[in-house]
Design a protein around this ligand. Structure first.
Ligand SMILES: *Cc1c(COP(=O)(O)O)cnc(C)c1O
Length: 466
């Protein structure tokens, strides 16, 4: 229906720009965005008319179209990356940004990024220095490593180590450890990219020391152990302990590397969670190189940390690929401040959000859930139904897949809204709230709520149920 008279009813872009709603928007938003929004709003109406839709006259009015355009302009101007509320109870939630930084790390980050720094300047000698020295001493102090190198993330750390030590030669890995981590990190693929040749040994569920030994040849460059991170094998299962790989490495003069994935400096059994080997333990057992993430269990910024024997770390540092994987100063500032907290483990647990959340006890969570439920009930909204129930949280980030720390959940329903509609509405809010859906129930885990999250949740639910 390309009726010219219909199209003639469309408001003109110039008219829209002069309408009060868009003049107002123009006061706060860049002109280019307001113009783009006005054009899009008119275009959208035109397309609906051309498609034969019976667009109500009210929507074609200058006022209505200007209102639409103003909303669109605000939407275009809003940042894409923004705050969300993590009500899932998954602490190291990779999709929601993994670890939150400790206040001390945030302060350092701000302080050192509005001034010049000695990032690559040796203050004592007055000559060029190295960015890698800043966190080296503290990493070695905390872990017993001889040397360290920090790169962009753990995937980069693994790639750099493999390429440096084993390009064109073979790396022996157990078939039970050829893992895929979220975001398409797969050990065989990373291996291929590094130029090293994967030599897989053993079976999916069982690998013995003699499997490794049988694969050693003049082409072998490295014995690699990979933390299986996000899955667990139960039942008839066996992997070779690092200490035995170390002995094998000594017999054949081969370096031994472990990709720890999460890598923790603290023993998590103190929180009642399953045993995870700590970074100092793995180094003490004889790993020549250990790699792990900065933003998983460590609770710092995204980074890949390489620790181990000076000779190997130095070779990684000098590999030209390192320049492409290099860590930036924001990361170094936040990482150093995070690591400082580990000098007093109690301080680390209290002040590093990831550790504080993982270690939160059931009793405190039960009280928090109870308080939030009470505040919601106090709204006195008949359509809002709130109950608390026991459940489990997850550590996330591929760490401790079997850990299920006990928690207290809020179960929320709004009369007249299906669970999935309620979930979508909370996700679509000004501050999106990401919840858990389980058996047609909408659940919020207080473990991962921080700061004024509870107030935002209350406001959002009041709006939806009011
Ligand atoms: C998470 C993980 C990686 C990837 O680490 P990023 O910091 O996300 O790059 C590599 N290996 C293992 C075993 C992991 O768990």
């Amino acid at each position: 229906m390309k009726d010219q008279s219909l199209l003639a009813r469309l408001p003109k872009v110039d008219q829209l720009l002069a309408a009060p709603a868009l003049v107002l928007a123009g006061d706060e938003l860049p002109r280019s965005l307001v113009l783009r929004a006005a054009r899009q709003a008119v275009d959208h109406l035109r397309q609906r008319l051309l498609a034969g839709e019976a667009v109500p006259a009210a929507e074609l009015s200058l006022e209505a179209a200007a209102g639409q355009a103003a909303a669109l302009a605000r939407h275009l101007a809003a940042p894409s990356l923004r705050r969300v509320i993590n009500a899932t109870g998954v602490v190291v939630h990779t999709n929601l940004g993994r670890s939150l930084l400790a206040e001390a790390a945030l302060a350092r980050l701000l302080e050192l990024n509005r001034t010049y720094t000695n990032l690559e300047y040796d203050l004592a000698a007055g000559v060029r220095g190295s960015r890698y020295t800043h966190v080296n001493d503290i990493l070695c102090e905390l872990t017993g490593a001889e040397a360290s190198l920090v790169v962009n993330n753990n995937a980069a750390a693994v790639l750099l180590c493999l390429q440096t030590l084993a390009a064109g030669r073979e790396v022996i890995v157990s078939r039970g450890q050829l893992v895929e981590i979220g975001g398409s990190f797969r050990i065989p693929d990373v291996m291929a990219r590094s130029g090293a040749v994967l030599k897989e040994v053993g079976a999916t569920n069982k690998t013995h020391l003699h499997d490794y030994e049988g694969a050693v040849s003049s082409r072998t460059a490295l014995l690699l152990k990979v933390h299986t991170s996000n899955f667990a094998v139960v039942g008839f299962h066996q992997e070779v302990p690092l200490a035995e790989l170390r002995q094998l490495g000594d017999r054949y003069h081969l370096p031994v590397m472990e990709d720890l994935g999460s890598g923790t400096l603290l023993d998590f059994t103190r929180f009642g969670l399953p045993k995870e080997p700590t970074v100092p333990e793995v180094l003490a057992e004889g790993a020549d190189l250990v790699t792990f993430s900065g933003d998983k269990l460590l609770g710092g910024p995204q980074a890949g940390i390489i620790l181990g024997r000076a000779e190997y770390v130095e070779r990684c540092r000098k590999n030209p690929t390192n320049r492409a994987l290099r860590v930036d100063k924001l990361t170094l500032a936040a990482l150093e401040a995070t690591l400082e907290l580990y000098r007093e483990p109690e301080k680390a647990i209290a002040q590093i959000p990831t550790l504080a959340m993982i270690s939160a006890g059931y009793e405190s969570l039960r009280k928090r859930a109870g308080r939030l439920a009470a505040r919601l009930k106090a709204l006195g909204l008949p359509r809002l139904r709130v109950a608390t129930t026991d459940g489990v949280s997850r550590v996330g980030g591929g760490a401790l897949p079997l850990a299920a720390p006990r928690t207290r959940l809020l179960e929320v329903a709004v009369e007249g809204l299906s669970t999935s509609k309620l979930e979508a509405a909370l996700r679509a809010g000004q501050t999106p709230i990401i919840c858990r859906l389980e058996d047609q129930r909408l659940l919020m885990d207080v473990r991962t709520l921080i700061g004024d999250d509870a107030a935002v949740v209350i406001k959002a639910l009041a709006g939806l149920a009011g």
